[in-house]
Design a protein around this ligand. Structure first.
Ligand code: F6P
Length: 528
């Protein structure tokens, strides 16, 4: 694929850049009574309102022409049909196959349907037995606690979904341990009854230092506290694509829940990596989560580009982030149940698209992934909205709202929703009046999307997460990058392995740069 900047459709957008950047978004409404209808899109229980973006019909056509020119649809179909699009690792990318309903034909990953079905039935069988108390701990007590030991894509999905679907949790309590600083480890050891605890060691590579260290600590804890020789076999379960390494940890690979290399870590919550979720909410609700994601997959596959929610979101992100140089994006869900969403999207987007060479290894002449950050509303309004309204940088915002509370949910949805709508309105309209003090003026004309969910159900959460997965894919397709490898994380890990003995030991720090040597010396001194 030729570089983006040499694409005529991109050059046309470059030529229109100043016009787009200086367009008055409020004026776009003044001259167009149908703007909301024409710049919003509904897919099932999700409504996307992108009318507060600096996009005219002509700009939208230019963006869609770019998507055509970059063969977004062809690249999408290549992914869905299992082509090895992750060329640097010679792998297919088939997280969509994980949520294909059993028996569906002519669809993503048909070739792997049988093993997906076999995997899912194993998960269901084990989850059902554990939830029903038929499968118990080594001393015969029912499992009431699950500790998910994992990090990155082996952790963030579980944390996000378990918080978002808290009203549906009716199984064992799930605790997540990711960091190696000991805080979470200490907490779970204090909270959990070891005889009633299942430990999930979740690691696609089964080589992640943090996860292996935490797993060893928890296995030793179980061996100390549970008077049964087979405690590990009964209360520690590996979830991995690398069964060979399971035995190295002292576990039986035959008892492990396997995952395949065509599932990327940050795209893996739908696989056995999501087993903690299934334990907490049950197989039926987990299937609803999958079904919601599958519905979004179908939409992504079938809808024309102009009415394709992931395509529109991806194009708008490229417009703001790459064409207009708006190098960060805020995600602000107006529900505490989506409090983990921005952290999840940080990995999904920035580990997928935080790259500067294309699939041919050519350095890109344009900026790619923006920084993704955020916090829930309304608390974010009392933290960083000052900068959003009056800051020197224009930061596009994805607002996310939920129309229907879950039965019995407390709180004040009207005030919450009024703030949600008011904030995107204020960012657009501003308060540019010249007759008020400059310090009180808000420039306005600041873009946002609003995603409104009818309700935050398992299915709609699945659709929302799949939407962002596909948005991430569309961006990568436009830039021509591989969204599915992550070689950038290896350098730091390797240096840490080299530094650890230097920090621990007292040997000279020859050859270590001055900063690191100075830090090590001070650390050694203070650590004692
Ligand atoms: O270091 C980054 C990363 O490889 C992520 O891509 C991944 O989700 C995480 O670490 C954990 O990897 P694993 O599941 O192999 O332990």
């Amino acid at each position: 694929m030729k570089p983006l900047e040499s694409t005529p459709q991109w050059q046309a957008l470059i030529a229109a850049r100043e016009t787009i950047a200086s367009a008055s978004i409020p004026a776009l409404f003044a001259n167009d009574a149908r703007r909301f209808e024409d710049f919003s899109l509904r897919v099932g229980d999700l409504l996307l309102d992108y009318s507060k973006q600096p996009v005219t019909r002509a700009t939208r056509d230019q963006l869609l022409a770019l998507a055509e020119a970059r063969d977004v649809a062809g690249q999408r179909d290549a992914m869905l049909t299992g082509e090895r699009i992750n060329a640097s690792e010679d792998r297919a990318v088939l997280h969509t196959a994980l949520r294909t309903p059993p028996g569906a034909t002519g669809w993503a990953g048909e070739a792997v349907a049988a093993e997906v079905a076999a995997m899912r039935s194993r998960m269901v069988e084990l989850a059902s037995a554990l939830r029903a108390g038929e499968r118990r701990g080594a001393t015969g007590k029912p499992i009431e606690h699950v500790i998910n030991v994992g990090i990155g894509g082996s952790d963030l999905g579980a944390r996000l979904v378990l918080e978002a679907l808290a009203p549906w949790v009716d199984g064992p309590q799930v605790h997540c341990v990711a960091n190696i600083d000991g805080t979470e480890l200490q907490s779970v050891m204090q909270q959990c009854d070891p005889e009633r605890t299942l430990v999930l060691v979740v690691s696609k590579s089964f080589g992640t230092v943090e996860t292996m260290a935490n797993a060893h600590e928890l296995m030793a804890w179980l061996r100390r506290r549970v008077p049964a020789d087979d405690v590990l076999a009964r209360q520690v379960l590996a979830v991995t694509a690398n069964l060979d390494r399971v035995r190295e940890l002292g576990l039986d690979p035959d008892l492990a829940l396997p995952m395949r290399d065509w599932v990327g870590g940050r795209y893996s919550l739908w696989s056995a990596v999501g087993f903690a979720i299934m334990l907490a909410i049950g197989p039926d609700r987990f299937d609803e989560l999958l079904a919601g994601a599958h519905g979004m997959d179908r939409h992504f596959a079938d809808a024309p580009l102009a009415a394709n929610m992931p395509v529109l979101l991806g194009l708008l992100s490229v417009l703001n982030g790459t064409l207009l140089g708006r190098r960060s994006q805020a995600v602000v869900p107006y529900t505490e149940r989506l409090g983990r969403l921005s952290a999840y999207l940080q990995q999904l987007v920035m580990e997928s698209n935080g790259k500067s060479v294309d699939r041919e290894g050519e350095t890109l002449g344009v900026p790619t992934a923006t920084a993704i950050w955020g916090q829930t509303g309304t608390p974010g309004q009392h933290a960083f909205f000052q900068a959003l309204h009056q800051g020197s940088d224009v930061v596009p915002v994805d607002f996310i709202g939920v129309a229907r509370p879950v039965a019995g949910e407390k709180g004040d949805p009207l005030t919450l929703t009024a703030n949600l709508f008011a904030q995107s309105q204020a960012l657009m309209q501003g308060r540019p009046d010249p007759d008020i003090a400059a310090a009180r003026r808000c420039p306005g004309n600041r873009p946002s999307n609003t995603l409104l969910l009818r309700a935050l159900t398992p299915a709609n959460l699945g659709a929302l997460i799949a939407l962002y997965e596909h948005r991430t894919f569309v961006e990568a397709a436009i830039w021509g990058i591989n969204a599915f490898d992550q070689f950038g994380v290896e350098l730091g890990k390797g240096l840490a392995t080299h530094l650890e003995p230097l920090i621990a030991g007292g040997q000279a720090l020859d050859g270590v740069d001055g900063s690191t040597a100075g830090l090590i010396a001070r650390y050694r001194d203070w650590r004692g």
